[in-house]
Design a binder for this molecule. Structure first.
Ligand code: NAD
Ligand code: TYD
Length: 335
């Protein structure tokens, strides 16, 4: 048996990753370390999972994190734990530096001390900055983050690589494009649009709506992470993409049409400051080295996602009834 410490396992991608590993690999024990922030939901994972243990720990709290490493022989670390929303990073950057930078430093130091076999940092295409109409990000593109969120993620990547070069630690980094799918917290574009549409509420579209993201269905991302954890070369970065570039406006129209809702729900609002124009991923490296290709095209992925939110109303209604209301007011009332 191998033991894999997953941080942020009650979040969107972390919970999809844990579900995937526990299904695929009966020889891996998962230790989920999560502080259960606003973005987490313990209901994202079933109760009484086999080969699974949970610790409620903030990765910034080194003594508490140290206890997790002392109590368990950890073989792999996969670090999902992060503050992950660009708009929140614009309102309150400090916590992004705490979790995304100080947190990974603690994880790296403890992983080094306990001779972890592989340390995979889950990063993002946003560290590369913003593209114009043409070109794509490759692993060789220089880092040029433009939001407090992406700056904190770029810092984390550089710290992680410094542990590879300085201490010969077996660090790997994956950088993925925008995810969507089941269990995504409704502050992000796609679940926000689905839920607002179902509630016949305005859909805030930033700026001219022409910003482009390369969308990937979360299960494709999870599959790519698993390949990198198993087969990636230490000291290297791997891009993961969905090969599905789409303008925000087009995504929203697709969802509204699927739900038979009027396009008049779209409300063009004040743009996000420093809004990155376009992201696009060149993920040739992971395809050539590991045969990775996304299985879900955007229509298939969106249809599955829309159905999931239709079938899991209790999950999102509970979120809407909590602090989310307050967040929504602050973020959108004066936009
Ligand atoms: P999320 O916001 O849904 O979940 C983050 C999780 O981390 C939550 O469970 C939260 O409780 C936990 N967490 C936050 N701060 C913590 C702390 N200090 N200590 C312990 N746990 C803490 O995020 P997500 O969308 O699932 O993203 C996961 C990772 O993937 C992040 O590192 C993010 O940067 C990266 N990523 C996300 C996307 C995307 O489109 N969502 C794309 C590329 C990369
Ligand atoms: P988001 O889901 O926040 O991801 P990211 O900023 O990390 O790419 O946003 C995706 C795109 O959708 C981005 O261009 C901003 C835009 N957007 C809106 O137009 N309206 C919204 O209410 C939100 C949350 C995002």
């Amino acid at each position: 048996m191998k033991t894999c410490l997953v941080t942020g396992g009650f979040g969107f991608i972390g919970s999809n990753f844990i579900r995937y590993i526990l299904k695929e690999r009966k020889d891996i024990i998962i230790i989920n370390v999560d502080d259960i922030t606003y973005a987490a939901n313990p209901k994202n994972l079933a109760d009484n999972l086999a080969n699974y243990k949970f610790y409620k720990v903030n990765i910034v709290d080194k003594p508490a994190l140290s206890k997790v490493f002392n109590d368990n022989k950890i073989d792999y670390v996969v670090n999902f734990a992060a503050e992950s929303h660009v708009d929140r990073s614009i309102m309150n950057p400090a916590v992004f530096i705490k979790t995304n930078v100080e947190g990974i430093l603690n994880l790296l130091e403890l992983s080094l001390k306990h001779s972890v076999e592989r340390f995979l940092q889950i990063s993002t295409d946003e560290v590369y900055g913003s593209l114009g109409k043409s070109g794509k990000f490759s692993e060789k593109t220089s880092l040029s983050p433009r939001s407090p969120y992406s700056a904190s993620k770029a810092s984390a990547d550089m710290l992680a690589m410094s542990f590879f070069h300085t201490y010969d630690m077996p660090v790997l980094i994956s950088r993925c494009s925008n995810n969507y799918g089941p269990y995504q917290f409704p502050e992000k574009l796609i679940p926000l649009v689905i839920i607002n549409a179902l509630n016949n509420k305005d859909i805030p579209l930033y700026g001219d709506g022409k910003n482009i993201r390369d969308w990937i269905y979360v299960l494709d991302h999870v599959n790519g992470i698993y390949s990198i954890l198993e087969h990636g070369n230490v000291g290297e970065v791997y891009n993961i993409g969905g090969d599905s570039e789409m303008e925000n406006e087009a995504i929203i129209k697709y969802i509204l049409n699927k739900l038979n809702k009027p396009l008049s729900l779209i409300k063009y609002v004040k743009d996000r400051p420093g809004h990155d124009k376009r992201y696009a991923m060149d993920f040739t490296k992971i395809t050539q080295e590991m045969g990775f290709l996304p299985e879900y095209n955007i229509e298939k992925g969106l249809d599955l996602t829309i159905n999931w939110y239709l079938n899991n109303e209790n999950w999102w209604r509970e979120i809407l009834s909590g602090n989310y209301k307050e967040y929504y007011k602050i973020m959108y009332d004066y936009r």
